[in-house]
Ligand binder design. Structure first.
Ligand code: FPP
Length: 256
């Protein structure tokens, strides 16, 4: 009887009711997403891979809007990895236009919704037109105080960690820090995420159960949630599923 009622309730509950219910509980402060499966989504429809990336961009908007509405503090999206340069040139070029395409349309909405745009990644290889678009968005939203929308663009965790170690070694040599002061907290200050809390929840779409060089240090105690759904098919209900699952978990951080 109880199960029947529950099934009925979950079927009849509207998205806005579900959002309200989710908001009443512990909403993850920092959510990180590996948005995977764009290529397979396109292939299933006999479309070029870039069609999948374009569709994926629309999902970024939906999920950003919802995360903001839920009161998420930081949403980090893996948009391009340091390994993605291995893809065909045309695809890489297209991926590098996505931030512009996205921001051209949605920047006014982000400004209005009080969202702060940020970027983390190795800036050197990113084309100037992409950096300009992201730089403008960062600038236009820098007075905002709401959710941080952090694009991981040309980001790779191993390189981030190696660069941190190099700087630490230098700072130790120059007497800026003392070897004995080095702990989790100080190390975190040398990472690109130094201004953010570690993610509470990591979502990966498309059925791949791996981390692909994403925030390896930061996710030590993050709750992981995987779905077979391809990123362009991801939606608000699935995002809420992930958060609801997170809310049911008991986080002990190594304690009892
Ligand atoms: C992985 O799917 C996806 C990417 C490498 C790009 C992700 C980018 C977006 C979702 C759009 C980003 C939008 C903005 C606003 C920057 P894949 O190509 O590896 O898919 P596959 O594994 O099925 O081939």
């Amino acid at each position: 009887m109880f199960l029947k009622q529950w099934v009925k309730k979950s079927k009849t509950e509207s998205l806005s009711e579900r959002i309200e219910r989710t908001k009443q509980m512990d909403v993850p402060s920092h959510i990180a997403i590996i948005m995977d499966g764009n290529g397979r989504w396109a292939r299933k429809r006999s479309l070029p891979r870039i069609a999948g990336h374009h569709e994926g961009m629309k999902v970024v908007r939906k999920i950003t809007k919802l995360a903001n509405e839920l009161g998420v503090n930081t949403l980090t999206l893996y948009a391009f990895s340091t390994e993605n340069w291995k893809r065909p040139k045309d695809e890489v070029n297209y991926l590098m236009t996505l931030p512009e395409q996205f921001l051209d349309v949605y920047l006014p909405e982000l400004v209005e919704k009080n969202v702060q745009v940020r970027m983390m990644g190795m800036r050197e290889q990113i084309p100037p037109h992409t950096l300009r678009a992201v730089g403008k968005a960062i600038d236009d939203t820098k007075k905002n105080t709401g959710m941080i929308l952090n694009f991981a663009l040309n980001y790779g965790s191993r390189l981030e960690i190696l660069n941190a170690i190099k700087t630490i070694v230098n700072d130790a040599k120059n007497g800026i820090i003392n070897e004995n002061d080095l702990n989790d907290e100080l190390f975190s200050q040398y990472l690109m995420t130094k201004d953010y809390r570690d993610p509470d929840l990591l979502i990966r779409t498309s059925g791949e159960i791996r981390l692909s060089n994403f925030m390896l240090w930061q996710i030590a105690y993050t709750e992981l949630w995987f779905t077979d759904v391809l990123w362009p098919d991801f939606n608000e209900h699935l995002f809420l599923d992930a958060i609801e699952q997170y809310q049911k978990r008991s986080r002990r951080f190594g304690g009892i």
